[in-house]
Ligand binder design. Structure first.
Ligand code: ATP
Ligand code: MG
Length: 391
């Protein structure tokens, strides 16, 4: 019997039904193919499913690992593909036979050349399994296991049982591009992941205060961006020298307002770089109340320094442990955990203001000499790193 393993992909039906179906689907297929670069396979598209076929068996686990990270895919199954005939179906279904408990065989028959109906084929295959294993029984309504048999018009059938969850969401690239403020902490990588999951392409910006912060702190951010590429695809990372500005804040401004002003200047620089690079939004890892700079009042004062773009804060309503869970899942946890300080932790005031007043913040900021020039230099002098998916 001619038989081979294939991978069956299910996508989110909801978004594919809208009027932008073609755009979404084109992007999804492109992202699927890109995710499998370097691997030989055939991509097959049918009405409501995709199949990956003709790959080397030893690469199957790698293929599955990559596909589970493609946003827009809901789940996948490893299926057996056979030429349709009753004997072949019986032979192939044995592999999916549960060890015990209740089961059902669910048949979809698109091939009208067969003389049996779907329920009849299901009953025939179910009866065959019962005859092979006495500890099984059929339950059509609440089965413990369900075996699916998809009989296609093409003359081929696909059999499968277990579903592996994929990353869900929307295909990256269908919701424009966002600029992620990426620190070395736990939160911002998770924020980037969350927005990519809604279809945003991700660029990132990192502020460093070398030599007050180490080279290792910068490498940490590069490593985090590298992890994110597994989900987001290639990332352009802007590395901004922030030392001079931070020193100036330290020199000219009230100590308790230092963080507030630093944040305001960061988002101002980020917005300019975003606009030069076609990014339609800023993304941060802020979560309400987590630290003094993340109270409603602090966020108001930071936000006022952004002129036009929306600032997306996908973690705003999440608890720290929920953020940590995602960090574990996307494998950024171990990197974020490393101790190297980023620029926010140097010059840390003892008592940062918790409810900053906007007018006071602006007045303090205005005391900084040559700020506009320093901001221009920071924007124009940013290093640009291309962080590419590693395969
Ligand atoms: P994270 O875990 O993401 O560092 P955090 O809890 O440490 O967040 P803050 O240090 O207050 O919180 O930073 C809030 C947000 O500001 C971060 O999530 C990030 O988006 C941005 N940010 C902070 N520091 C930097 C930096 N050095 N470069 C770029 N963005 C930064
Ligand atoms: Mg931080």
């Amino acid at each position: 019997m001619e038989e081979k393993k294939v991978i069956l992909l299910r996508y989110g039906e909801v978004f594919l039904k809208g009027k932008n179906r073609n755009v979404f689907e084109k992007k999804l297929i492109e992202n699927i193919k890109n995710s499998l670069s370097g691997i030989d396979f055939k991509f097959i598209r049918t009405q409501n499913r995709y199949y990956i076929e003709d790959y080397q068996e030893y690469e199957q686990d790698e293929i599955i690992d990559r596909l589970t990270k493609v946003f827009g895919l809901h789940s996948l199954s490893v299926a057996t593909k056979i030429k349709t005939d009753y004997d072949n179906l019986k032979k192939a279904i044995l592999e999916f036979m549960p060890e015990e408990g209740t089961f059902r065989v669910s048949v979809k028959r698109a091939d009208k050349r067969l003389d049996m109906t779907s329920p009849q084929i299901g009953a025939m295959l179910g009866g065959y399994l019962l005859s092979k294993n006495k500890s099984l029984s059929v339950d059509l309504y609440y089965p413990k296991s369900e075996i699916f048999v998809d009989i296609r018009e093409s003359g081929y059938s696909y059999l499968f049982r277990d579903k592996i969850d994929c990353a869900q969401g929307m295909p990256v690239g269908t919701a424009g591009r966002g600029l992620l403020l990426l620190s070395g902490g736990f939160d911002s990588p998770v924020a980037g992941y969350r927005m990519a999951r809604r279809g945003m392409e991700i660029y990132a910006i990192h502020f460093h205060s070398y030599p007050h912060t180490s080279e290792l702190a910068q490498q940490k951010v590069i490593d985090l961006a590298q992890k994110l590429t597994k989900y987001c695809g290639n990332i352009k990372l802007f590395v901004v020298k922030f030392t001079e500005i931070q020193q100036a804040i330290h020199e000219f401004c009230r100590e308790d307002f230092m963080i507030t002003i630093m944040r305001r200047i960061m988002v101002e620089i980020a917005e300019r770089i975003a606009q030069q690079n076609n990014c339609g939004a800023l993304i941060t890892g802020e979560s309400l109340g987590q630290v003094a700079s993340q109270t409603t009042q602090s966020i108001t004062v930071t936000n006022e320094a952004v002129k036009l773009l929306p600032v997306f804060r996908p973690l705003i309503g999440l608890d720290k442990y929920e953020i940590m869970d995602t960090a574990e899942k996307i494998d950024t946890y171990k990197i974020s955990e490393l101790p190297y300080e980023d620029c926010c932790t140097v010059f840390l005031p003892k008592n940062p203001v918790i409810k900053p007043n906007l007018e006071v913040a602006k007045k303090e900021q205005s005391k900084i000499e040559n700020l506009d020039k320093m901001i221009d230099e920071a924007v124009n002098g940013a290093d640009i790193l291309d962080i590419k998916v590693e395969r």
